[in-house]
Design a protein around this ligand. Structure first.
Ligand code: TRP
Length: 335
């Protein structure tokens, strides 16, 4: 990470390596991670420890971790500017999570909406890790004394919990943790399914046409946009009840930087066919260099290993300071 001259705000965020990275992950999160590198001191992680709260097949899991690392580098996360490490390489995360588990109430974790949703979805595997998943996330954030945590709306409750636990711990022991703010990026698009635009775009969607993956070929991307569900009005405008068009406009706007008014103006009098083609082309051009870089990284495992090893070592050092401070306050004897 760059030497800081003036004190930049610390940004921490993480993403799970639970499968292919989608256009939704990119426009909703990773594109913003890349943009934030200029202004902030950014620390990003692949939250692989979180991923095993849902059963993984070992070979596929290993491949997903490497693929996600290469994809995120390809999206422009610059290891000269930011720290980008793999959570399981840094042992302070699980350690602080244990300590914080003992400062978190059963009732608090029971109220987490994601826990309720996930335990309903994976009713045959409601493991203790799924339940304490939020405290691991709290540890991720607090270890780096982060000021800001860019997250999607679905993770906001976990950042609120982070603030509560940090305040509780600081209340008992003095100023140990920075109390972070959630940061919901203003231009971070919430990308919806292309087949059912009332649902979030998801890699686990049964309908393959619902979700664009970062590594989809141009032909596949175009086909998915051409098949996107719209409405019968045949007018490109942002309005309630036009969720399909709203979603395509949000995607187009996130990629081109054009405002909704400008898009409505540019497509005035044109049909949905033209608009879908334009969105498809814009996405293809946005993803083309990413796919090319991904191919380079994935073919150079030694380079990637060098990146994550170095980042992991730095993360270990930074986070150890916080862990030691917290453990000392609790009364542990440091070695
Ligand atoms: N739980 C987050 C998700 O699934 C990923 C995550 C893990 C995270 N640790 C974090 C996000 C810390 C922000 C900060 O999306």
């Amino acid at each position: 990470m760059e030497q800081q001259t003036e004190k930049k705000k610390v940004v921490f965020s993480a993403i799970q390596p639970s499968g292919t990275i989608t256009l939704g992950n990119y426009l909703g999160a990773i594109k913003n991670w890349a943009a934030m590198q200029e202004e902030f001191s950014c620390i990003y992680a692949l939250a692989d420890l979180h991923t095993i709260t849902v059963r993984q097949e070992a070979a596929a899991f290993r491949k997903n971790i490497i693929d996600a690392y290469a994809s995120i580098l390809a999206c422009g996360i610059d290891t000269e500017k930011s720290l980008f490490f793999i959570q399981s390489h840094v042992n302070t995360h699980a350690q602080l999570a244990w300590v914080l588990d003992c400062y978190t109430q059963f009732g608090e974790l029971s109220r987490m909406t994601q826990f309720k949703d996930k335990s309903a979805k994976h009713a045959d595997n409601v493991n203790a890790g799924l339940f304490t998943y939020p405290t691991l996330m709290v540890a991720d954030i607090l270890l780096y004394q982060a000021d800001m945590v860019p997250v999607g709306a679905d993770q906001k409750q976990h950042v609120e919990l982070t603030r509560n636990i940090a305040e509780r711990f600081n209340g008992l022991y003095g100023n140990v943790f920075k109390v972070p703010e959630p940061y919901i990026p203003k231009n971070g698009a919430r990308v919806m399914s292309l087949q059912d635009p009332t649902k979030k775009m998801s890699k686990s969607d049964e309908n393959v046409n619902a979700c664009v993956n970062l590594m989809d070929s141009p032909e596949v991307i175009m086909k998915k946009f051409k098949r996107a569900v719209t409405d019968s009005e045949a007018k490109v405008r942002y309005a309630e009840g036009k969720e399909g068009i709203n979603n395509l406009m949000a995607i187009y706007s996130a990629v081109t930087g054009l405002s909704f008014e400008q898009i409505e103006h540019d497509f005035d009098g044109k049909g949905y066919g033209d608009f879908k083609t334009a969105v498809g082309e814009a996405v293809i051009e946005e993803l083309r260099p990413i796919r090319e870089k991904y191919e380079q990284y994935i073919a150079d495992k030694a380079y990637m290993q060098d990146c994550y090893k170095k980042a992991g070592e730095i993360a270990q050092k930074i986070s150890q300071r916080t862990l030691d401070k917290a453990m000392k306050k609790v009364g542990f004897v440091l070695k």
